[in-house]
Write a protein that binds this ligand. Structure first.
Ligand code: SAM
Length: 229
């Protein structure tokens, strides 16, 4: 499975460096179990419908922390959009490449991925920043906004808790979690140059014996005309 980053196919790039990331270790261990536990999220489906309803045919979409490719990349590529999924977990990238062959996937850490300005019509960030510290999350959102085309859309979903570096057990895996509460997340989005057009807050219980109800927030955003460099 191990390939070199210069793999000419441009897909499924796996290095030992990525294996050392704590998020990669957690999601390598979870793999398809994550998809199964979260498959019942109606709010995630509604969020994808919101996005699908606003994209021109053949839009370029970046899915940050693409997981198994389902439901996000599958829904977007299935609607004819050009989807690039990026995930730090080699196991997730392998699964997604197999499950959604009509999208492209790369194994990379979003903190290190070079992003060209104005290169995506839409960007999805579904629950993929929770292992980054607050400064990193803020910085990633700013960089993503600059990678959007003017008027591009960005969906930012997370578990809206005011926590920093908290140790938790998630589906049997030890994780360190950092997040923002909803108001602070909205401020992060707005300061990065986004208008928050709609937001949905809900409680979701993953279908997993170790899971309890968790709050979810989905921010549906559009890039403002002018974004600071
Ligand atoms: C909670 S899962 C969500 C997966 C998918 N977005 C979904 O909602 O179904 C988070 C995903 O983000 C990935 N991830 C975490 N940190 C990342 C990073 N720094 N760069 C890229 N991917 C990351 C994980 O490997 C995992 O697949």
């Amino acid at each position: 499975m191990r390939r070199h980053p210069s793999d000419p196919t441009g897909r499924t790039l796996v290095t030992d460096e990525h294996r050392q990331s704590p998020a990669a270790a957690v999601f390598d261990a979870l793999g398809a179990a994550y998809e199964k536990a979260f498959a019942g999220s109606e709010a995630h489906r509604r969020s994808l419908e919101w996005l699908l309803g606003r994209l021109a045919p053949g839009s370029r979409v970046l899915d940050v922390g693409s997981g198994t490719g389902r439901p996000t990349a599958e829904a977007l590529a299935g609607a004819g959009h050009e989807v690039l999924g990026v995930d730090v977990s080699p196991v997730m990238v392998e699964l997604a490449s197999r499950q959604v062959p009509s999208a492209s996937f790369r194994c990379a850490d979003i903190r290190e991925l070079p992003l060209e300005e104005n290169s995506f019509d839409a960007i999805c960030v579904y629950f993929s920043l929770l292992q980054l510290d607050r400064h990193e999350q803020t910085d990633v959102v700013r960089r993503l906004v600059r990678a959007l085309t003017p008027d591009g859309r960005l969906v930012l979903a997370t578990v809206p808790l005011d926590v920093e570096g908290v140790e938790a057990v998630f589906m049997g895996q030890h994780v360190r979690v950092t997040s923002f509460d909803t108001l602070d997340l909205v401020a992060v989005a707005e300061e990065a140059g986004l208008d928050v057009l709609e937001r949905e807050e809900t409680l979701f219980t993953p279908a997993h014996p170790d899971a309890g109800p968790e709050p979810h927030v989905f921010l549906h955003c559009r890039r403002r005309d002018t974004v600071d460099a």
